[in-house]
Design a binder for this molecule. Structure first.
Ligand code: GLY
Ligand code: MN
Ligand code: MN
Length: 452
């Protein structure tokens, strides 16, 4: 269906007339508003005397005249509190040129019934995609001054403005998200809860998956349905990796079969309307029972995860969480005779042989982006000490490719990752995804319990 509408003066008048007045009902102020306001104040303080523009970003063409689902830039979402309902191309201006800092949100409010956009613009017109909010509605929702996007250019005038393309700005707003505030922590809990519903749907569909030649897609879409029902979308493409596919770290084709007796690695997260996402992995025995070798590998990964949990607390360096997991991985592969040296030797910088079977890191910050705060400086991330309010993953794994001649045959084609989302508290960490079983017997029972 394409936009092919009449254009005569007479028609424009006709279609633009005799509509009931719009109800300009003002929404309640969002719970995020005071938090977003203090985040903007932090930006203004850092860039005192300057004009900062934070762009939500444009839509992206998928093919011809259809776009990808729109998603605002995370920095924009963080500093405005506007999530899945963000109008594309919006711009947040933090004007710190004077001491009375002012933030203004520029966006295109819904067009009038007297405009061609109203009925003829298939991309953004009200007849095609529904009405956008009014300036006063967004002002009320986010407790921020709003202006039409058409006035942005005149507002900036000849002033020099900095945007996210400025390295200092990108770094600062990224580091501003390293410690989550109360609102964010509550959203992270909800994102995890929604994702657990997704994993339950996966478990309910495992038998069905074995009956379909693209059973991984059965698993992927079981999770996706929950993401769309309970949230905005997926936080990232689901990895539904059965059998040897589990060794491909970002296997997102998900077009393989799901065989009874294999493991399936499912790495998935629901992104809420606020745009916060979880990032959880479970490696499930498809028939509800681990084989002895599957169990041996799974429990080694679990031990590595538990070691990471045991060291993770306020004051410990972020990178030491990884080190704790790697000490276990190195010990296991050495004990199993997969490497020709002791764990201690392998852990030395110049060796690292154990990393053949786990090339990725153990942890990353998590929030609005699945890999959150990536523009942060190293000293604020890897080298930094954990602080209460930080949220990150613990996700060790072991991956033995089907063609890995370095390991005995029985290991080949088995990949395991266990990924949980954790919150640093005053006296340790809280596993936000603890409601999803991780121990062998509990996981087996959980899979079985969802099969009827
Ligand atoms: N799902 C991507 C990751 O675990 O980092
Ligand atoms: Mn992750
Ligand atoms: Mn993941």
């Amino acid at each position: 269906m394409r936009s092919r509408t009449p254009h005569s003066e007479k028609f424009l008048k006709y279609i633009g007339s005799n509509w009931a007045d719009r109800a300009n009902n003002l929404p309640e102020v969002s719970a995020v508003a005071p938090f977003a306001s203090s985040r903007r104040q932090a930006v203004a303080k850092q860039f005192a005397g300057e004009l900062i523009l934070i762009e939500a970003g444009a839509t992206k063409v998928r093919s011809n005249d259809t776009d990808y689902m729109y998603r605002a830039h995370s920095a924009f979402a963080h500093l405005t509190g506007w999530g899945s309902q963000t109008v594309a191309d919006s711009v947040l201006v933090i004007d710190a040129r004077t001491t009375a800092t002012n933030s203004i949100l520029f966006f295109s409010p819904t067009a009038g019934r007297d405009s061609e956009e109203f009925f003829a613009n298939a991309a953004i017109g009200e007849f095609w995609v529904g009405a956008r909010p009014t300036l006063s509605q967004v002002a009320a929702l986010l407790d921020i001054e709003t202006k039409p996007l058409s006035e942005l250019e005149a507002f900036i005038g000849d002033a020099k403005a900095k945007s996210l393309e400025d390295e200092e700005v990108a770094q600062f707003v990224s580091e501003l998200r390293l410690v989550k505030d109360e609102y964010e922590i509550s959203e992270m809990r909800s994102a995890v809860a929604a994702s657990i519903k997704g994993f339950e749907a996966v478990a309910r569909n495992l038998v069905d998956a074995t009956l379909h030649e693209r059973g991984e897609r059965v698993v992927e879409t079981a999770f996706y349905s929950q993401a769309r029902i309970h949230g905005n979308n997926l936080g990232y493409d689901t990895i539904a990796a059965s059998g040897a596919h589990a060794c491909i770290l970002h296997w997102t084709n998900n077009d393989g079969a799901v065989h009874e007796g294999d493991l399936i690695l499912v790495d998935a997260g629901v992104e809420l309307d606020s745009l916060y996402t979880a990032d959880i992995t479970r490696t499930l025995p498809i028939n509800g029972k681990f084989s002895p070798i599957q169990k041996k590998i799974y429990e080694a990964v679990l031990e590595a995860a538990d070691a990471a949990f045991a060291v993770a607390k306020s004051g410990v360096k972020f990178k030491d969480v990884h080190a704790a997991a790697m000490a276990v991985i190195a010990r296991k592969v050495s004990e199993w005779g997969l490497i020709d040296m002791s764990a201690e030797e392998s852990l030395q910088e110049e060796n690292q042989l154990h990393r053949r079977w786990m090339v990725h890191g153990t942890s990353h910050h998590l929030g609005l982006d699945v890999h959150d705060c990536q523009q942060a400086r190293k000293e604020m991330y890897l080298e930094a000490e954990l602080q209460p309010g930080m949220v990150f993953t613990i996700e060790p794994g072991l991956y033995f490719h089907a063609d890995d001649l370095m390991v005995p045959e029985e290991y080949r084609g088995i990949g395991v990752r266990i990924e949980d989302d954790v919150l640093v508290t005053a006296d340790g960490v809280e596993n936000l995804s603890a409601a999803l079983p991780r121990k062998v017997e509990e996981l087996e029972a959980w899979v079985i319990s969802h099969q009827n």
